[in-house]
Design a protein around this ligand. Structure first.
Ligand code: CP
Length: 361
């Protein structure tokens, strides 16, 4: 197994800081990097729609002098005939030097990484993680605020299904002085595994709110998110919640002059276009930063000689225990090993290695 990035926590803080430096150097000296991946191929396996992530990966590889192959929707691949993620990863390892995978099921890129002989990058798996969006977000924050420390960041909208939120919280929790404000309807609150294990587990300051207007004046960063229609099991619930938060130019009058407004995009209506002309709007800078951070990550993984940790390290397998998350890859691909990390063995609580949802014995 080659070094892969499935979760943002697969990278140490020092490695993230190194990627930020490389990305900024690429921005300043693009010609220095124009031949770095000559003769290398990136495969983009997108089982779910994307504009920014897929095309920025492709632009990144081309700007490094490499080539790209892949598909942008599952019906054009043999996954539509029932080919497993593991076999797909083995096949693509014969054609490409590195691969980026987006999939609607949580844990699919993890399965790919266990079976590929080339590095795998998670380009977004269900409502679980989106580590390369986090790299884009961190570079944006660094360029606008100068530092990743001592910031109060408000996450607003769909914190349940918003995978970019989960990954960015995990990353920023490692920098000193971060305060999190979690703004969502109760139904779309942050998953308990993120809240308990990342925030409460590390004693990190956070509070929950339902009103954006009330907390807006205290924020250094406002991270807006789309209500993720495609992840709702009940369409009526989506209709009820879809307009929970809409940021307008008028509402921004309550915010600090040095606030930065972020959004991973695409937006639907949660940020009015009237906000775009405000100098605090940074969401198109995030798009640009995404390309440079993906260039830095491709370079790092192709140059890495380190192997990933062994598959299922520290996990346990039970004959009868099953992950109950219908959006977990283990619920779709029945032949996968059902492996779990212990959370509280005395209470019989474990965490699925694929989607991280908790299960009880
Ligand atoms: N931010 C993001 O992941 O955008 P796409 O879905 O367009 O890739």
């Amino acid at each position: 197994m080659k070094r892969s990035v499935i979760d943002i926590l697969d990278l140490t803080t020092a490695e993230i800081d190194g990627l930020l430096s490389t990305a900024e150097d690429i921005m300043d000296h693009p010609a220095k990097y124009a031949e770095k991946c000559r003769g290398k191929k990136l495969a983009t396996l997108f089982f779910e729609p994307s504009t920014r992530t897929r095309l920025s990966f492709e632009a990144a590889m081309y700007e490094l002098g490499g080539n790209v192959l892949g598909f942008s929707e599952p019906n054009s691949s043999s996954a539509s005939k029932g080919e497993s993620m593991a076999d797909t990863a083995r096949v693509l390892s014969c054609y490409a030097d590195i691969m980026a995978i987006r999939h609607p099921m949580a844990g699919a890129p993890y399965v790919a990484a266990q079976n590929a002989s080339v590095p795998v990058i998670n380009a977004g798996d269900g409502g679980h993680c989106h580590p390369t969006q986090t790299l884009a977000d961190l570079l944006t924050i660094k360029r606008k605020r100068g530092s990743l420390e001592n910031l109060t960041i408000g996450f607003c909208g769909d914190l349940k299904y918003g995978r970019t939120v989960h990954s960015l919280i995990a990353a920023l929790a490692r920098y000193p002085g971060t305060n999190f404000v979690l703004i969502s309807p109760e139904e779309l609150a942050l998953p308990s595994y993120v809240k308990r294990e990342i925030l409460e587990g590390q004693g990190i300051a956070y509070r929950q709110a339902t009103s954006l207007e009330v907390v807006l004046p205290e924020l250094d960063i406002l991270y807006m998110t789309r209500i993720q229609r495609e992840r709702f099991e009940n369409p009526e619930e989506y209709e009820r919640l879809k307009d929970s938060y809409i940021l307008t130019a008028e509402k921004l009058n309550r915010a600090r002059e040095d606030l930065i407004v972020m959004h991973p995009l695409p937006r639907v209506n949660e940020i009015s276009v009237s906000v775009d002309a405000d100098p605090r709007a940074c969401y198109f800078l995030q798009v640009l930063c995404g390309k440079y951070m993906r260039m830095a990550l491709i370079l790092k993984l192709l140059e890495s000689t380190a192997a990933d940790v062994a598959p299922f390290a520290d996990s346990v397998v039970f004959d009868k225990l099953r992950c109950k998350n219908p959006s977990c890859i283990s619920s779709k691909e029945q032949e996968l090993r059902h492996a779990f990390y212990p959370v509280s063995e005395e209470n019989g609580i474990y965490r699925c290695v694929y989607c991280e949802e908790k299960v009880k014995l």
